[in-house]
Ligand binder design. Structure first.
Ligand code: PRX
Length: 654
């Protein structure tokens, strides 16, 4: 693939940390030659240790790797305390609410707010090191304070995206055995209020015995039910807290947070991250991939409920001493110019969003960016799903005015931070291509036997050596951790980390991500397990069997397509599919949340199964796409079922 390359505009990156490909290659070589020396160097240079580490990497119990063994650190101090001398009056967080309300929080204010929050949790609620605290929060500064307050006292936070249902929230609270839940009464989206506290109430009503206290940030929403002895007002309690809370001394490997994410089987997994390695890479990637500089204002549009919000709204920018914009709303409200207006107003230097948002903004206002002064922009980032060349080109040419560097960053909840990405100041990029692994990251495209795939052939995207910000385990389930990530690909006799993604490496080493090769669907950059959606749909009383697949979608990347088989005794009038579709989507909304609703639900007489009972999803994916079936269907239990399913789909489409 010898496409056109786009070169960094050197004028914009005069004093970059990695100035050109020679410097990039030097770092790559250094890491290859002396892996521990390389990482040890950065850990000493970038982090403020309470006690130094004794060993860089302990591989003795692989794949349960340990980094910076014996080191003591506190992540909240990395993000706040060490900036107080030089940056106390610098904006740490700029908040803009859905309705245009604004707030600037300096590093000194952040220090005070986080310390008070930490004191509240510790002294009033008795939260101790190692306790779990679940956050079910809107995008407000208090969400960041809560995360950092947990980090300060050594509590393990688990943020649950505010769009998840009460059931999904309860599952996560139960799995984490959380002691405290932090929420807000409500939030705003597209100018309309919506409530969060009632969702927490419903989750806890279903039985969550570990939860002792609920802390509610009050934003003046009415009709909030208050349960005495359980629910407490943040607003009332925070003022009386002391301004200083000494940071807890944490071991490098103590857990920092859990973040639940979907896999190809079973319930969501509590991805466990640890302290030092995570914060090191969060900071370094802010510096390398976003070229963050002292006077920059940086904006990532993600939600803190996802890993992007963790690493690139809160931890990374603050560890780097940057100014991070936190936005409650959606970039298309009140109009397609909202995002560009904010870029103009705050003179944003780095803008980071998902391809779905780029496609929506492109569709809504092809020339909209031209109405605003976007000249402050230097780096435009994309994350979460493959970006298509037309969206890439619009981002580059219209938003970036042909001068900004685009960083197509590939990474995952499990990787903690960027893995494959251009360096904006150095890498010649090809449209819609994540380019090269970052220095120190041993990412490669392999076959199952660990051999390298031929150039331009599709293979499995793996990381062949441990890295500091990697997942440490799945909370409470070491076996599942090994099975999920270290069982598919074996290189030189050792299992290596397999991401679940397919990728292609060209003859120049450029890596293009092709998407998931497992049963995970990526809708608008949100990762969802087919198994999870299927088990939700099965709760509908008339559903006997279900299979869910992803269907390519022009805007969302993929949409959810469900095939259902009704129970034999189901009344025929239930063939009223519109009603049934509505009901099934309601079940999904209750069990998981609106984000997992299916775009198509088709009733079929049966599923294509092998004689051993395995559902052939590849066939179902092809039918959903309207493609010809290339697989041999003669080995199916019922080879005639394929034509029947095709007919049902074409009827549903007409
Ligand atoms: O399939 C890949 C896709 O998002 C998945 C990870 O999802 P999650 O853990 O929710 O984290 C999303 C934000 C980091 C990956 O397995 N993905 C992420 N970034 C890219 C991507 N696909 C293509 N290109 C990317 N830049």
């Amino acid at each position: 693939m010898l496409e056109e390359k786009y070169y960094p505009n050197k004028e914009l990156f005069k004093d970059a940390r990695i100035k050109n490909m020679c410097e990039y290659k030097d770092l790559v070589e250094w890491a290859k030659e002396d892996y521990e020396g390389y990482w040890g160097h950065w850990a000493k240079e970038k982090l403020n240790w309470i006690e130094p580490f004794e060993k860089v990497l302990d591989e003795s119990n692989a794949p349960f790797y340990k980094w910076f063994v014996g080191g003591k650190i506190n992540v909240s101090a990395q993000c706040i305390d060490r900036h107080i001398d030089s940056r106390k009056n610098k904006a740490a967080i700029i908040f803009e609410g859905d309705r245009g309300d604004k707030q600037i929080i300096t590093y000194l204010e952040l220090y005070r707010n986080v310390n008070r929050f930490a004191n509240l949790l510790k002294n009033e609620f008795g939260v101790k090191k190692g306790d779990r605290v679940v956050l079910y929060m809107p995008m407000i500064p208090e969400a960041a304070y809560a995360m950092l307050a947990c980090a300060r006292i050594g509590a393990i936070h688990s943020v649950v995206f505010g769009g998840f249902s009460a059931e999904a929230l309860r599952d996560r609270i139960l799995d984490a055995q959380a002691k405290v839940v932090i929420t807000a009464d409500g939030a705003y989206r597209k100018g309309k209020p919506y409530m969060l506290k009632p969702v927490v109430d419903a989750a806890l009503d279903g039985g969550c015995p570990s939860v002792e206290k609920v802390l509610v940030v009050q934003r003046n929403f009415e009709d909030v039910v208050w349960i005495g002895g359980r629910d407490y007002s943040y607003n009332e309690m925070i003022e009386s807290q002391a301004d200083v809370c000494e940071p807890e001394v944490m071991d490098s490997e103590d857990p920092l947070f859990l973040l639940y994410t979907s896999g190809s089987t079973g319930k969501p997994k509590g991805v466990q991250h640890s302290q030092a390695g995570y914060i090191l890479w969060a900071q370094m990637t802010m510096e390398w991939v976003f070229d963050i500089k002292e006077n920059d204002t940086y904006w990532c549009t993600a939600d803190i409920g996802w890993i992007t919000g963790h690493t690139y709204i809160v931890y990374g920018p603050l560890a780097a001493g940057a100014t991070t914009v936190m936005f409650e709303g959606v970039p298309t409200y009140p109009d397609a110019g909202r995002a560009w207006k904010m870029v103009q107003e705050y003179k944003i230097n780095q803008f980071y969003t998902a391809p779905t948002a780029i496609r929506v903004l492109h569709k809504l206002g092809e020339d909209e960016p031209k109405k605003y002064d976007l000249s402050s922009l230097r780096v435009l980032g994309t994350v979460g799903e493959p970006i298509d060349p037309p969206a890439w080109k619009w981002y580059y040419e219209v938003v970036g005015n042909g001068k900004c560097s685009i960083v197509d960053t590939w990474w995952q909840t499990e990787t903690g931070g960027h893995m494959i990405s251009p360096i904006p100041s150095a890498t010649p990029v090809k449209p819609a291509c994540a380019t090269f692994p970052l220095p120190g990251i041993m990412a490669d495209v392999l076959n199952r036997d660990g051999s390298s795939v031929e150039p331009n052939e599709q293979g499995l995207l793996c990381i062949t050596k441990p890295w500091p910000s990697m997942i440490r385990t799945i909370w409470g389930d070491d076996e599942r951790f090994k099975k999920s990530y270290f069982s598919d690909v074996v290189k030189d006799g050792k299992p290596v980390y397999f991401s679940g993604d397919g990728a292609i490496k060209d003859e120049e080493g450029y890596i293009t991500i092709t998407g998931r090769v497992d049963d995970v669907i990526n809708v608008s950059g949100h990762r969802m397990g087919t198994a999870e959606i299927e088990s939700a749909i099965k709760k509908h009383p008339h559903v006997a069997e279900v299979a869910v697949v992803g269907k390519p979608d022009e805007i969302k990347g993929e949409s959810i397509f469900a095939y259902i088989v009704l129970k034999a005794d189901t009344d025929d009038t239930l063939g009223e599919e519109v009603e049934l579709t509505k009901e099934i989507n309601e079940v999904i909304a209750t069990e998981i949340g609106n984000i997992a609703k299916a775009d198509a639900i088709v009733v079929v007489p049966g599923l294509p199964k092998t004689r051993s009972g395995k559902v052939m999803r590849r066939i179902l994916r092809a039918i959903a796409k309207g493609e010809e079936i290339k697989q041999d269907t003669s080995t199916l239990e019922d080879p005639t079922i394929v034509a029947k399913i095709q007919e049902a789909v074409s009827c549903a489409n007409c």
